[in-house]
Design a protein around this ligand. Structure first.
Ligand code: MRU
Length: 369
Protein backbone atom coordinates (compact mmCIF):
# COMPACT_ATOMS: atom_id res chain seq x y z
CA UNK A 1 0.00 0.00 0.00
CA UNK A 2 1.29 3.48 -0.83
CA UNK A 3 1.06 5.41 2.46
CA UNK A 4 -1.00 8.60 2.44
CA UNK A 5 -2.53 10.79 5.12
CA UNK A 6 -5.63 12.51 3.75
CA UNK A 7 -7.81 13.14 0.71
CA UNK A 8 -10.84 15.17 -0.32
CA UNK A 9 -13.70 12.85 -1.11
CA UNK A 10 -16.07 14.19 -3.79
CA UNK A 11 -15.72 17.18 -6.03
CA UNK A 12 -17.27 20.19 -4.43
CA UNK A 13 -17.69 21.63 -0.97
CA UNK A 14 -21.07 23.13 -0.17
CA UNK A 15 -23.09 21.30 -2.84
CA UNK A 16 -26.15 19.16 -2.02
CA UNK A 17 -23.97 16.03 -2.39
CA UNK A 18 -21.11 17.83 -0.68
CA UNK A 19 -17.68 16.34 -0.62
CA UNK A 20 -15.79 15.94 2.63
CA UNK A 21 -12.32 15.42 4.01
CA UNK A 22 -11.12 11.91 4.75
CA UNK A 23 -8.21 11.12 7.06
CA UNK A 24 -6.33 7.93 7.74
CA UNK A 25 -6.83 7.42 11.48
CA UNK A 26 -3.16 7.26 12.46
CA UNK A 27 -3.94 6.28 16.03
CA UNK A 28 -4.97 2.83 14.71
CA UNK A 29 -1.83 2.10 12.70
CA UNK A 30 -0.08 -0.22 12.14
CA UNK A 31 -2.73 -2.78 13.07
CA UNK A 32 -5.70 -1.15 11.34
CA UNK A 33 -5.83 1.14 8.29
CA UNK A 34 -9.12 3.03 8.37
CA UNK A 35 -10.31 6.24 6.75
CA UNK A 36 -12.43 8.55 8.87
CA UNK A 37 -14.80 11.05 7.24
CA UNK A 38 -14.72 14.67 8.46
CA UNK A 39 -18.03 16.24 7.45
CA UNK A 40 -17.91 18.95 10.11
CA UNK A 41 -15.19 21.06 11.69
CA UNK A 42 -15.69 19.66 15.19
CA UNK A 43 -14.80 16.17 13.94
CA UNK A 44 -11.69 17.53 12.26
CA UNK A 45 -10.56 19.54 15.29
CA UNK A 46 -10.95 16.44 17.45
CA UNK A 47 -8.93 14.45 14.90
CA UNK A 48 -6.10 17.01 14.97
CA UNK A 49 -6.05 17.20 18.78
CA UNK A 50 -6.06 13.38 19.13
CA UNK A 51 -3.34 12.95 16.44
CA UNK A 52 -5.60 10.96 14.13
CA UNK A 53 -3.98 13.28 11.61
CA UNK A 54 -0.56 14.52 12.63
CA UNK A 55 2.77 15.79 11.34
CA UNK A 56 3.26 19.50 10.69
CA UNK A 57 2.53 19.66 6.94
CA UNK A 58 -0.37 17.19 7.17
CA UNK A 59 -2.18 19.12 9.89
CA UNK A 60 -1.68 22.29 7.84
CA UNK A 61 -3.28 20.69 4.80
CA UNK A 62 -6.07 19.23 6.96
CA UNK A 63 -6.67 22.70 8.44
CA UNK A 64 -6.88 24.21 4.95
CA UNK A 65 -9.46 21.62 3.88
CA UNK A 66 -11.17 22.39 7.18
CA UNK A 67 -12.19 25.76 5.77
CA UNK A 68 -13.91 23.96 2.89
CA UNK A 69 -15.66 21.77 5.46
CA UNK A 70 -16.66 24.91 7.40
CA UNK A 71 -18.01 26.52 4.24
CA UNK A 72 -20.03 23.34 3.64
CA UNK A 73 -21.52 23.83 7.11
CA UNK A 74 -22.48 27.40 6.14
CA UNK A 75 -24.16 26.17 2.95
CA UNK A 76 -25.99 23.44 4.86
CA UNK A 77 -27.29 26.03 7.35
CA UNK A 78 -28.41 28.34 4.52
CA UNK A 79 -26.25 31.22 5.85
CA UNK A 80 -26.20 34.62 4.15
CA UNK A 81 -22.87 35.81 2.69
CA UNK A 82 -22.21 37.91 5.80
CA UNK A 83 -23.11 35.16 8.26
CA UNK A 84 -21.12 32.62 6.24
CA UNK A 85 -18.00 34.78 6.52
CA UNK A 86 -18.43 35.18 10.28
CA UNK A 87 -18.89 31.42 10.57
CA UNK A 88 -15.74 30.76 8.54
CA UNK A 89 -13.62 33.12 10.62
CA UNK A 90 -14.77 31.49 13.87
CA UNK A 91 -14.09 28.01 12.49
CA UNK A 92 -10.70 29.13 11.15
CA UNK A 93 -9.62 30.20 14.63
CA UNK A 94 -10.80 26.91 16.11
CA UNK A 95 -8.79 24.98 13.52
CA UNK A 96 -5.65 27.12 13.82
CA UNK A 97 -5.59 26.67 17.62
CA UNK A 98 -6.09 22.91 17.58
CA UNK A 99 -2.35 22.34 18.12
CA UNK A 100 0.09 25.11 19.02
CA UNK A 101 3.61 24.09 17.99
CA UNK A 102 3.54 23.27 14.27
CA UNK A 103 3.32 26.61 12.52
CA UNK A 104 2.10 24.97 9.30
CA UNK A 105 -1.39 24.65 10.76
CA UNK A 106 -2.00 28.35 11.32
CA UNK A 107 -0.07 29.23 8.17
CA UNK A 108 -2.30 27.06 5.95
CA UNK A 109 -5.55 28.15 7.62
CA UNK A 110 -4.55 31.82 7.28
CA UNK A 111 -3.67 31.28 3.65
CA UNK A 112 -7.18 30.07 2.86
CA UNK A 113 -8.71 32.84 4.99
CA UNK A 114 -6.74 35.48 3.08
CA UNK A 115 -8.00 34.09 -0.26
CA UNK A 116 -11.58 34.29 1.01
CA UNK A 117 -10.97 37.81 2.32
CA UNK A 118 -10.03 38.84 -1.23
CA UNK A 119 -13.48 37.86 -2.62
CA UNK A 120 -16.33 40.42 -2.93
CA UNK A 121 -18.38 40.94 0.23
CA UNK A 122 -21.57 39.48 -1.25
CA UNK A 123 -19.93 36.18 -2.28
CA UNK A 124 -22.34 33.35 -1.53
CA UNK A 125 -21.53 30.52 0.88
CA UNK A 126 -21.38 28.16 -2.14
CA UNK A 127 -18.77 30.31 -3.86
CA UNK A 128 -16.77 30.67 -0.63
CA UNK A 129 -16.82 26.87 -0.34
CA UNK A 130 -15.53 26.43 -3.88
CA UNK A 131 -12.74 28.98 -3.31
CA UNK A 132 -11.71 27.40 0.02
CA UNK A 133 -11.56 23.97 -1.57
CA UNK A 134 -9.50 25.22 -4.52
CA UNK A 135 -6.95 26.85 -2.21
CA UNK A 136 -6.75 23.79 0.04
CA UNK A 137 -6.15 21.64 -3.03
CA UNK A 138 -3.33 23.87 -4.19
CA UNK A 139 -1.69 23.80 -0.73
CA UNK A 140 -1.96 20.00 -0.85
CA UNK A 141 -0.53 19.79 -4.38
CA UNK A 142 2.28 22.20 -3.52
CA UNK A 143 3.24 20.08 -0.53
CA UNK A 144 3.54 17.04 -2.82
CA UNK A 145 6.03 18.95 -4.95
CA UNK A 146 7.92 20.33 -1.95
CA UNK A 147 8.32 16.84 -0.49
CA UNK A 148 9.77 15.59 -3.78
CA UNK A 149 12.24 18.50 -3.91
CA UNK A 150 13.26 17.97 -0.27
CA UNK A 151 13.80 14.28 -1.02
CA UNK A 152 16.09 15.11 -3.95
CA UNK A 153 18.13 17.80 -2.17
CA UNK A 154 18.50 15.67 0.94
CA UNK A 155 19.49 12.49 -0.90
CA UNK A 156 22.26 14.43 -2.62
CA UNK A 157 23.93 15.32 0.68
CA UNK A 158 23.16 12.22 2.74
CA UNK A 159 26.52 10.79 3.89
CA UNK A 160 27.48 7.12 3.63
CA UNK A 161 26.44 4.82 6.46
CA UNK A 162 23.27 4.05 8.33
CA UNK A 163 20.59 6.67 8.91
CA UNK A 164 18.76 7.26 12.19
CA UNK A 165 15.44 9.10 12.24
CA UNK A 166 13.00 10.15 14.95
CA UNK A 167 9.19 10.35 14.96
CA UNK A 168 7.34 10.09 11.62
CA UNK A 169 8.08 12.43 8.76
CA UNK A 170 6.77 10.41 5.84
CA UNK A 171 3.65 10.36 3.69
CA UNK A 172 1.50 10.09 6.80
CA UNK A 173 2.91 13.38 8.10
CA UNK A 174 2.69 15.37 4.87
CA UNK A 175 0.73 15.74 1.64
CA UNK A 176 3.46 13.99 -0.38
CA UNK A 177 6.19 11.48 0.36
CA UNK A 178 7.47 13.24 3.45
CA UNK A 179 10.39 15.39 4.54
CA UNK A 180 13.17 13.57 6.42
CA UNK A 181 11.67 10.22 5.42
CA UNK A 182 11.50 11.35 1.78
CA UNK A 183 15.26 11.94 1.93
CA UNK A 184 15.71 8.34 3.06
CA UNK A 185 13.26 6.84 0.55
CA UNK A 186 14.62 8.95 -2.33
CA UNK A 187 18.19 7.86 -1.61
CA UNK A 188 16.94 4.26 -1.47
CA UNK A 189 15.04 4.62 -4.75
CA UNK A 190 18.20 6.03 -6.30
CA UNK A 191 19.79 2.66 -5.58
CA UNK A 192 21.76 3.47 -2.44
CA UNK A 193 21.67 0.82 0.27
CA UNK A 194 22.09 1.58 3.96
CA UNK A 195 20.64 0.61 7.33
CA UNK A 196 17.60 2.63 8.38
CA UNK A 197 17.05 3.01 12.12
CA UNK A 198 13.83 4.42 13.57
CA UNK A 199 13.56 5.61 17.17
CA UNK A 200 10.30 4.25 18.56
CA UNK A 201 9.45 7.83 19.69
CA UNK A 202 7.75 7.68 23.04
CA UNK A 203 5.19 8.28 24.28
CA UNK A 204 3.01 7.87 21.17
CA UNK A 205 5.35 5.61 19.16
CA UNK A 206 5.18 7.50 15.87
CA UNK A 207 8.55 5.93 14.92
CA UNK A 208 7.62 2.35 15.73
CA UNK A 209 3.98 2.49 14.61
CA UNK A 210 4.14 4.84 11.63
CA UNK A 211 7.69 5.23 10.27
CA UNK A 212 8.37 1.50 10.48
CA UNK A 213 4.99 0.81 8.85
CA UNK A 214 5.67 3.21 5.99
CA UNK A 215 9.12 1.75 5.35
CA UNK A 216 7.87 -1.83 5.46
CA UNK A 217 5.06 -0.90 3.03
CA UNK A 218 7.71 0.52 0.69
CA UNK A 219 9.89 -2.59 1.00
CA UNK A 220 12.70 -0.78 2.82
CA UNK A 221 14.19 -2.75 5.75
CA UNK A 222 13.95 -0.87 9.05
CA UNK A 223 15.29 -1.44 12.54
CA UNK A 224 13.32 0.02 15.45
CA UNK A 225 15.07 0.96 18.68
CA UNK A 226 13.88 2.34 22.00
CA UNK A 227 14.72 6.03 22.21
CA UNK A 228 17.22 5.43 24.99
CA UNK A 229 19.24 3.05 22.76
CA UNK A 230 20.24 5.88 20.42
CA UNK A 231 23.43 6.72 22.36
CA UNK A 232 24.63 3.13 22.22
CA UNK A 233 23.76 2.86 18.51
CA UNK A 234 25.68 6.05 17.68
CA UNK A 235 28.63 4.80 19.69
CA UNK A 236 28.86 1.68 17.52
CA UNK A 237 29.59 3.83 14.45
CA UNK A 238 26.73 2.25 12.47
CA UNK A 239 25.05 5.62 11.84
CA UNK A 240 26.42 8.03 9.23
CA UNK A 241 23.73 10.66 9.76
CA UNK A 242 20.64 11.51 11.78
CA UNK A 243 17.78 13.17 9.93
CA UNK A 244 14.55 14.48 11.44
CA UNK A 245 11.63 16.73 10.51
CA UNK A 246 10.46 19.97 12.09
CA UNK A 247 7.32 21.59 13.43
CA UNK A 248 8.62 25.15 13.54
CA UNK A 249 11.97 26.70 12.61
CA UNK A 250 12.80 30.22 13.71
CA UNK A 251 14.85 32.86 11.88
CA UNK A 252 18.11 31.74 13.52
CA UNK A 253 17.51 28.06 12.61
CA UNK A 254 16.41 26.82 16.05
CA UNK A 255 14.05 23.91 15.40
CA UNK A 256 11.07 22.55 17.31
CA UNK A 257 10.40 18.89 16.62
CA UNK A 258 9.09 15.81 18.39
CA UNK A 259 10.23 15.39 21.99
CA UNK A 260 13.56 13.57 22.01
CA UNK A 261 14.95 15.38 18.98
CA UNK A 262 17.06 17.75 21.08
CA UNK A 263 18.57 14.88 23.02
CA UNK A 264 19.35 13.07 19.79
CA UNK A 265 21.09 16.17 18.41
CA UNK A 266 23.24 16.39 21.55
CA UNK A 267 24.15 12.72 21.15
CA UNK A 268 24.95 13.18 17.47
CA UNK A 269 27.31 16.04 18.28
CA UNK A 270 28.98 14.00 21.02
CA UNK A 271 29.66 11.21 18.52
CA UNK A 272 30.62 13.41 15.56
CA UNK A 273 27.58 12.32 13.53
CA UNK A 274 25.99 14.93 11.21
CA UNK A 275 22.50 15.96 12.27
CA UNK A 276 20.10 17.12 9.54
CA UNK A 277 16.62 18.64 9.68
CA UNK A 278 14.31 18.47 6.64
CA UNK A 279 11.32 20.81 6.29
CA UNK A 280 9.41 22.87 3.73
CA UNK A 281 9.38 26.67 3.93
CA UNK A 282 5.86 26.53 5.43
CA UNK A 283 7.54 25.23 8.62
CA UNK A 284 9.67 28.36 9.04
CA UNK A 285 8.33 31.08 11.31
CA UNK A 286 10.46 34.10 10.52
CA UNK A 287 8.39 36.22 12.91
CA UNK A 288 10.28 34.50 15.73
CA UNK A 289 13.98 35.21 16.14
CA UNK A 290 14.86 32.19 18.28
CA UNK A 291 13.36 28.96 19.53
CA UNK A 292 12.79 30.38 23.01
CA UNK A 293 9.50 31.85 21.80
CA UNK A 294 8.13 28.65 20.24
CA UNK A 295 5.03 27.46 22.11
CA UNK A 296 5.55 23.88 23.25
CA UNK A 297 2.45 21.72 23.46
CA UNK A 298 2.05 19.75 26.67
CA UNK A 299 -0.16 16.71 26.40
CA UNK A 300 -2.17 14.48 28.72
CA UNK A 301 -0.42 12.55 31.50
CA UNK A 302 -2.17 9.36 30.37
CA UNK A 303 0.02 9.22 27.24
CA UNK A 304 3.04 8.66 29.52
CA UNK A 305 1.45 6.73 32.37
CA UNK A 306 -0.63 4.40 30.15
CA UNK A 307 1.27 4.08 26.87
CA UNK A 308 -0.93 2.50 24.19
CA UNK A 309 -3.58 2.16 26.91
CA UNK A 310 -1.48 -0.20 29.06
CA UNK A 311 -0.88 0.93 32.68
CA UNK A 312 2.87 1.48 33.12
CA UNK A 313 3.07 3.56 36.29
CA UNK A 314 1.21 3.77 39.61
CA UNK A 315 -2.21 5.31 39.22
CA UNK A 316 -1.40 8.42 41.26
CA UNK A 317 1.95 9.24 39.65
CA UNK A 318 2.16 12.53 37.77
CA UNK A 319 3.69 12.93 34.33
CA UNK A 320 5.75 15.49 32.43
CA UNK A 321 4.68 15.25 28.81
CA UNK A 322 5.96 17.97 26.47
CA UNK A 323 5.18 16.88 22.90
CA UNK A 324 8.10 18.81 21.39
CA UNK A 325 11.50 20.22 22.23
CA UNK A 326 13.74 22.81 20.60
CA UNK A 327 17.09 21.91 19.09
CA UNK A 328 19.45 24.90 18.96
CA UNK A 329 20.74 25.78 15.51
CA UNK A 330 24.34 25.17 16.57
CA UNK A 331 23.62 21.43 16.84
CA UNK A 332 22.14 21.21 13.32
CA UNK A 333 24.51 20.39 10.48
CA UNK A 334 22.09 21.46 7.76
CA UNK A 335 18.41 22.13 7.07
CA UNK A 336 17.09 20.56 3.88
CA UNK A 337 14.34 22.67 2.28
CA UNK A 338 12.62 22.55 -1.09
CA UNK A 339 15.03 25.28 -2.23
CA UNK A 340 18.21 23.49 -1.20
CA UNK A 341 20.25 22.91 1.95
CA UNK A 342 20.88 25.63 4.54
CA UNK A 343 24.41 24.89 5.71
CA UNK A 344 25.84 26.15 7.95
CA UNK A 345 22.66 26.99 9.84
CA UNK A 346 22.93 30.73 10.46
CA UNK A 347 20.34 33.49 10.49
CA UNK A 348 21.79 34.95 7.28
CA UNK A 349 21.63 31.62 5.48
CA UNK A 350 18.08 30.96 6.67
CA UNK A 351 16.92 34.36 5.43
CA UNK A 352 18.71 33.88 2.10
CA UNK A 353 17.08 30.51 1.47
CA UNK A 354 13.56 30.90 2.83
CA UNK A 355 11.22 33.37 1.14
CA UNK A 356 9.35 35.66 3.52
CA UNK A 357 6.02 34.17 2.45
CA UNK A 358 4.80 33.48 5.89
CA UNK A 359 2.03 34.61 8.13
CA UNK A 360 -0.66 37.05 7.18
CA UNK A 361 -0.08 40.24 9.27
CA UNK A 362 -1.94 40.24 12.57
CA UNK A 363 -1.93 36.50 13.12
CA UNK A 364 -1.08 34.94 16.44
CA UNK A 365 1.93 32.75 15.83
CA UNK A 366 3.81 34.25 18.78
CA UNK A 367 1.15 33.62 21.37
CA UNK A 368 -0.62 30.49 20.20
CA UNK A 369 -0.66 29.37 23.83
O1 MRU B 1 2.96 15.12 17.46
P1 MRU B 1 3.22 14.82 16.01
O2 MRU B 1 3.19 13.36 15.70
O3 MRU B 1 2.33 15.64 15.11
O4 MRU B 1 4.71 15.32 15.77
C1 MRU B 1 5.25 15.24 14.48
C2 MRU B 1 6.67 15.62 14.40
O5 MRU B 1 7.27 16.06 15.34
C3 MRU B 1 7.31 15.54 13.04
O6 MRU B 1 8.65 15.23 13.16
C4 MRU B 1 7.16 16.89 12.34
O7 MRU B 1 5.83 17.31 12.35
C5 MRU B 1 7.64 16.84 10.95
S1 MRU B 1 6.52 15.97 9.89
C6 MRU B 1 7.12 16.06 8.32
Amino acid sequence: MIPTSLRWHGNAAGQPDAGHLELVDQTLLPTRHEWIPCRDVDTLVEAIKMLRVRGAPAIGIAGAYGLAVAAGEAVGDGLSPEAARAHLLARAELLACARPTAVNLRWAVERVVSVLAGLPENTSAQALAAAALAEARSIHEEDRRLCAAIGRHGAAILPEGGVLTHCNTGALATGGDGTALAVITTAWEEGRRFDVFADETRPLFQGARLTAWELVERGIPVTVLVDSAAAQLLRTGRVGACIVGADRITANGDTANKIGTYGLAVLAEAHGVPFFVAAPSSTFDLSLETGVDIPIEERAAAEVLRPLGVPAAPEHARAYNPAFDVTPARLITGIVTEHGVIQPVTRDNVLKMVPVLKMVPGTKSRSAR
